[in-house]
Design a protein around this ligand. Structure first.
Ligand SMILES: [Zn+2]
Length: 277
């Protein structure tokens, strides 16, 4: 028979066991919750006469993946050899990361796979897919990754084009808003093109992505698609020259052209907008 104190202990112990069991059940449910992809309509998409195949793990990604790859292939060539890209959804971040607001990347590309966080907004999904598909196509067609500003600036540009296409499909206008507080972290042209790592605060990395995209936009406008791809190839093939050398030597850029590029990435430059169609 239990005395009063033991009875109180055993009630507390039973409550603790029930609480732990509840927590474990909740954690198990969190770990296997919906939205992790799975066999909900996997699709195989083909582009460029079958030279590019996308195996999309989740049916909810198929529409955005098709639109994003078509957009990316308008700028970037398909790989020489037929290639297959897997696109899959990551599980949602664990509950404690959501509680504490710990960030994880929205998407990543490694080798022949792109993994994305679940995203209900079709325009944001198209942006992230376009961004990662740009990295994949650039990596497949060049011996090494281009400098960071060029790789990320082009990925942002193609992501923005894919988002604009998705926005048109959904009849939404898209005004590009620069990241908060980026002006205070704005880089000079030399700093931007010399950066080897994102680093820094969210505002600093926001400034980097924003300015890299502006610089790639300015170069694409000035060079046109074919010459921009030739430039991309030069900067992705060892021995890699300084970023200015081919522009000066092959495309006759002079100091005033580089001053124009510096203005294109400066905080005083008006924001580009994509008007609704
Ligand atoms: Zn990227």
């Amino acid at each position: 028979m239990l005395d009063g104190m033991n009875a109180k202990h055993s009630i507390l112990a039973a409550r603790a066991v029930r609480w732990m069991a509840g927590l474990l059940l909740w954690l198990a449910a969190e770990g296997g919750s919906a939205g992790t992809g799975g066999p909900d309509g996997a699709a195989v998409l083909e582009f460029a006469d079958g030279r590019v195949r996308c195996v999309v793990e989740s049916g909810q990604l198929a529409g955005a993946a098709e639109l994003a790859m078509k957009t990316a292939l308008r700028t970037l060539p398909p790989p020489e050899a037929p290639s297959t890209l897997a696109v899959r959804l990551l599980p949602p971040p664990p509950f404690y990361k959501r509680w504490f607001g710990a960030g994880s990347p929205h998407g990543m590309q490694r080798e022949d796979e792109i993994a994305l966080q679940p995203e209900a907004d079709g325009v944001k999904l198209a942006f992230r897919l376009g961004h990662e598909m740009s990295h994949w196509l650039v990596a497949k067609s060049n011996p090494r990754r281009p400098p960071l500003w060029l790789d990320e600036g082009l990925a942002q540009r193609i992501g923005a084009q894919a988002a604009a296409a998705a926005g048109r499909t959904e009849k939404r206008g898209l005004a590009r808003t620069p990241p908060d507080g980026w002006e205070a972290c704005a880089l000079t042209l030399d700093e931007l093109t010399g950066l080897g790592d994102y680093g820094g605060s969210p505002a600093a990395s926001g400034a980097f992505y924003w300015q890299a995209e502006r610089l790639v936009d300015a170069l694409c406008e000035r060079l046109g698609r074919d010459d921009f791809l030739a430039y991309l190839s030069i900067l992705s093939t060892p021995p890699v020259p300084g970023w200015q050398a081919p522009l000066r030597g092959r495309w006759w850029f002079n100091d005033s052209d580089f001053e124009a590029l510096a203005r294109a990435i400066a905080p005083s430059t008006p924001n580009p907008t994509v008007p609704p169609k």
